[in-house]
Ligand binder design. Structure first.
Ligand code: KIV
Ligand code: ZN
Length: 512
């Protein structure tokens, strides 16, 4: 069976999703979960892009031991030097350099001839190979590149020291037939091709990213790149969980396997969705809420008689447990901690006293506590532990009546622990709340997006709010969790404000 390496770019291409802006601690949490998922390679970011990117790539490289961590770089020495500084202490340092090869990019973006593209790529690969044990070179827009030129440049970069060659369908233009043919051609026309790993990287503009990636595997790709939940630039990247499950379920056809721990898929998907604020559609393959729901009577009847009539993937395979009710208000500290450890949310030696108190307070009001609730509680707690809190919510109260304006009364604790109390009005409760918070924080804020989701089901479900806003010329996002939707909305708003203040102060003192 052919071994396929999984290259996860949730933290680089995935983070390029419009509106997604992960901070240092969120990136680290996702990286740790990707390690549990057992991907082979984690692309942690683009170290030369900003000081913040550099810091998070370095921290991830220094923390993760069971996956190779990589960072993106242009074919520029300063990018590669910065990448080396960020990655050199990683378990298996690896660089990912790229240059566009297609005629459109050569002519309009790079203004380079074919010879110059080869020259630049070869020089960059040689420079990188003098430092990194693993050098991946990507032919950006490969799927729109002349095949003979592609074969020529690949041979040259392999001779220069590339250990992985990646052939992206950068604009999601390819069809499975064409994209697969490109891999077949390269396998047949590049003399040194067997010396390296051949990689696929697809975008979903025409909804064919997963199909194209699998076509590449059928035609000789040995590494698949993509992002969890398929997030990424424009319409997104290949959804890695779909590829891994397709290879597993149809091993009879693909004769290929990955080392991914499939039982971690559901949790990874949920963590990525919560931290990025990108909800997973209910009908999404493998991880959607309805992926295992049988609605029609004929299907239900079939499944009751024999599951395999209509169910090709079991929920257990991807870590969706049918018995998700795990703890309640009578559960003790020991059971609570055990479950957090089992879920990989804390380590054995971590002190969970504070989390246990949050759990107990909530369990008093909420009858059922699911795994999803526990994940949300821990992620929420990390906001207050890992992030600078300038403003904190003390109290929120809304008054409304028929045909009346809504009035919000808010109490916050401010930057110097002073109490701030204000009231304001609005046509709806959220408008009243956000108008009042704007007065409290004395910033000029425009709300760009507001999303609310329930965690689990039931009337007493927790509310998870995600906001995107612009404040002092900066775009920012925040999240908040509470049983009450207004409290969750206020927390999300303040989380976004706290992040902007932190970034502004950090920029002044140059710590980001
Ligand atoms: O889509 C693309 O071409 C990329 C490259 C940087 C690999 O993301
Ligand atoms: Zn891409």
């Amino acid at each position: 069976m052919q071994k396929i390496k999984i290259f996860d770019t949730t933290l680089r291409d995935g983070e390029q999703t419009a509106g997604v802006n992960l901070n240092f601690s969120e990136k680290l949490q996702i990286a740790k979960q990707l390690e549990r998922l057992n991907v082979d390679i984690i692309e942690a970011g683009f170290p030369a892009a900003s000081k913040g990117d550099f810091a998070s790539v370095r921290e991830i490289a220094n923390t993760i031991r069971n996956c190779s961590v990589t960072g993106l770089a242009r074919c520029l020495q300063k990018d590669m030097d910065t990448a080396w500084e960020a990655l050199k202490d990683g378990a298996e340092p690896r660089i990912h350099i790229f240059l566009a090869t297609s005629p459109i990019h050569r002519q309009y973006k790079l203004n380079m001839t074919k010879e110059q593209v080869i020259e630049n790529s070869v020089a960059a690969v040689k420079y990188a190979a003098a430092r990194f044990p693993h050098v991946q070179w990507s032919a950006e827009d490969a799927s729109r590149t002349e095949l003979d030129f592609l074969a020529e440049i690949i041979e040259e970069v392999i001779k220069a020291g590339a250990t992985v060659v990646n052939l992206p369908d950068t604009v999601g233009y390819g069809t499975p037939g064409e994209y697969g043919q490109m891999f077949k051609y390269v396998r047949e026309h590049v003399p040194s091709i067997d010396k390296i790993s051949l990689s696929t990287h697809c975008h979903d503009d025409l909804g064919m990213a997963v199909a194209n990636s699998l076509a590449a595997v059928e035609n000789g790709a040995t590494q698949v790149e993509g992002a969890i939940n398929g997030i990424g630039e424009r319409a997104g990247n290949t959804a890695l969980e779909e590829v891994a499950v397709a290879l597993h379920i149809r091993k009879d056809y693909y004769n290929a396997s990955t080392r991914m721990n499939l039982q971690e898929i559901s949790r990874t998907s949920s963590i990525v969705s919560k931290l990025t604020g990108m909800p997973v559609p209910a009908n999404k393959a493998v991880i959607g809420k309805n992926a295992f729901a049988h609605e029609s009577g004929i299907h239900q009847d079939g499944v009751l008689k024999e599951k395999t009539t209509y169910e090709i993937i079991t929920p257990e395979l991807v870590g969706v447990s049918s018995n998700s009710l795990v703890l309640g208000k009578h559960s003790g500290r020991h059971a609570f901690k055990n479950r957090l450890v089992e879920l990989g949310l804390v380590t054995e030696d971590e002190n969970v006293d504070h989390l246990f108190q949050v759990f107990k307070d909530l369990a008093d009001r909420k009858k059922e506590m699911t795994d999803d609730d526990l994940v949300s509680i821990v992620l929420e707690d990390k906001i207050s532990k890992d992030e600078e809190t300038f403003y904190q919510l003390v109290n929120v109260h809304i008054q409304s009546g028929e045909n009346q304006e809504h009035t919000a009364s808010v109490t916050l604790s401010g930057r110097n622990n002073e109490e701030i109390q204000k009231s304001g009005t609005g046509a709806g409760s959220i408008e009243a709340l956000y108008n009042t918070l704007e007065q409290c924080v004395e910033e000029n804020v425009s709300l760009l997006d507001y999303r609310i989701q329930s965690v689990g089901g039931g009337r007493d479900a927790l509310a998870q709010v995600f906001v995107k806003m612009s404040c002092s010329g900066m775009e920012t996002s925040g999240r908040g969790l509470a049983q009450d939707v207004l409290e969750a909305s206020a927390k999300a708003y303040l989380n976004a404000i706290n992040r902007v203040i932190y970034l502004k102060e950090a920029a002044e003192t140059e710590i980001v």
